[in-house]
Design a protein around this ligand. Structure first.
Ligand code: NDP
Ligand code: 2IT
Length: 447
């Protein structure tokens, strides 16, 4: 058994109740096998055994009072996975499905993603099983203040810098920042995704979606084409989905579908993004309300967004939302490119099927890294006490996405990983992300 397979087998035994973490680790460790053949010194240093074990993980009680005066209790998490190349960095997910295994999978992915950004940030992730949906602003504030009352002691601008993720946007970051400042008496860049009048960076709101499309655009160039005139299906209708749609539209593509956890809309004339923004960003409503703006569009309850014919698919909702049957439908409908805006939206077998059937595939840890990269740019601006223009940040983001594409492409090339002439960017991203962290861990000794 190879070194990577041996570590994976032990990991599965030890973390049997964390399927998402095992899934993420399986993908990374399997693709790293050729690296260990080339670098036997990594095995002696037990690099893999160390990298799959978080440096620290905290779980804590989050009590808060609801609008009826009743005390509610949620569970809070922060997993500080790896600090070899910088302070822990990664979002906070607020969703009822959150558990330790999900936060570990996200934190593990974040190590390699953050390394790929070219910026000095380690990997971490956190969150809670709190569901912001249907809660009043006051309830959300009560939760966020209680969450930060414990979390503050574990984080800091040079220690660990959380940000948004599913269910955590500008509102939640605001309440958390206010509580951190109040407890510590420090005005510091301890969170990213802040409002523009109090330390936030221009372009951070757009960054993940824009970055995804910049990345996909580099892939299309290699296929000798571009977004112009392409039909695109996007899943989700949150932060990543909205700004991916916006950038696709700017580049001349036509997004015909969006979804949420209840169902999906199909608008063959192309999505009216102003309507979606009003429904999602202002009213916090459901995607089916789109029909009130565009009566000719269709709404379908439940899953099925990947059955819509498209050239390009951008999964931007959540993990394991694109499964083997979805991959088959996309291939049968002539899809040429899938780029992941969400973290691990495509299951392992679906990824394999897409790659083996000629679809050019981009893994989330490369394609959605624009969000955290721009968070790191927010940290830089906070340290300098300066703020850059939208154009400056957007240009930096664009260049970072091109660098990530080149790094993943070059690593795939070096290790001879490709499918029918298309580079295996899954292997490429994992190898390129890993090498920088491995080098730093080797230099820093046994820790
Ligand atoms: P939002 O909360 O803004 O939006 C999430 C969207 O996904 C909503 O439309 C939501 O629908 C849908 N969704 C969430 N959970 C499920 C589920 N279990 N089943 C079906 N649909 C679901 O989050 P983001 O847009 O920020 O995040 C989307 C994805 O992108 C996540 O995987 C996140 O980890 C990843 N990501 C986010 C980054 C960021 O900067 N925000 C950076 C990199 C990756 P509903 O409203 O019905 O729940
Ligand atoms: O998954 C991710 O990269 C994010 N949710 C963004 C993290 C960040 O620190 O900006």
């Amino acid at each position: 058994m190879s070194y990577a397979q041996d570590v994976l087998a032990k990991l599965k035994e030890k973390n049997a109740n964390e399927p998402e973490f095992i899934q993420a680790a399986t993908e990374v460790l399997t693709t790293l096998e050729p690296v260990f053949e080339k670098h036997p010194e990594f095995e002696k240093a037990s690099l893999l055994e160390r990298i799959v074990e978080p440096e620290r993980q905290v779980m804590f009680r989050v009590p808060w009072v609801d609008d009826n005066g009743k005390v509610q209790v949620n569970r809070g998490f922060r997993v500080q996975f790896n600090s070899a190349i910088g302070p822990y960095k990664g979002g906070l997910r607020l969703h009822p499905s959150v558990n330790l295994g999900i936060i570990k999978f996200l934190g593990f992915e974040q190590i390699f993603k953050n390394s790929l950004t070219t910026l000095p940030i380690g990997g971490g992730k956190g969150g809670s099983d709190f569901d912001p949906k249907g809660k009043s602003d006051r309830e959300v504030m009560a939760f966020c203040q209680s969450f930060m009352t414990e979390l503050y002691r574990h984080i800091g601008a040079d220690t660990d810098v959380p940000a948004g993720d599913i269910g955590t946007g500008a509102r939640e970051i605001g309440y958390m920042f206010g509580q951190y400042k109040r407890i510590t008496n420090q005005y510091e860049g301890v969170l990213t995704g802040k409002g523009l009048t109090w330390g936030g960076s221009l372009t951070r709101t757009e960054a993940t979606g824009y970055g995804l499309v910049y990345f996909a655009n580099e892939m299309l160039k290699d296929l000798n084409t571009d977004f112009n005139g392409k039909t695109v299906v996007v899943s989700g209708s949150g932060n990543v989905a909205i700004y991916a749609t916006q950038k696709v539209q700017q580049l001349g593509g036509k997004v015909v579908a969006l979804s949420d956890s209840n169902g999906y809309i199909y608008d063959e004339e192309g999505i009216d993004l102003a309507a979606v923004k009003e429904i999602k960003e202002v009213k916090r409503g459901r995607i089916k309300e789109y029909l009130e703006y565009r009566p000719n569009a269709k709404y379908t309850e439940g899953k099925g967004v990947w059955t819509i014919k498209c050239d390009i698919a951008l999964p931007c909702a959540t993990q394991n939302e694109l499964l083997i049957d979805d991959a088959k439908a996309l291939v049968a409908n002539g899809c040429i490119l899938v780029a992941e805006g969400a973290n691990m939206p495509t299951s392992l077998d679906a990824t394999k099927y897409l790659q083996e059937n000629g679809v050019y595939f981009a893994p989330g840890k490369a394609a959605n890294a624009g969000g955290v990269a721009t968070s790191a740019l927010e940290m830089s601006q906070n340290s300098q006490r300066l703020s850059w223009t939208f154009e400056e940040v957007d240009e930096k983001l664009h260049n970072i996405m091109i660098s990530i594409y080149k790094a993943a492409y070059a690593a795939a090339e070096e290790y001879g990983k490709e499918f029918d002439g298309k580079k295996d960017l899954v292997s490429g991203a994992n190898i390129a992300g890993f090498m920088k962290v491995a080098d730093a861990m080797m230099a820093q000794g046994v820790c």
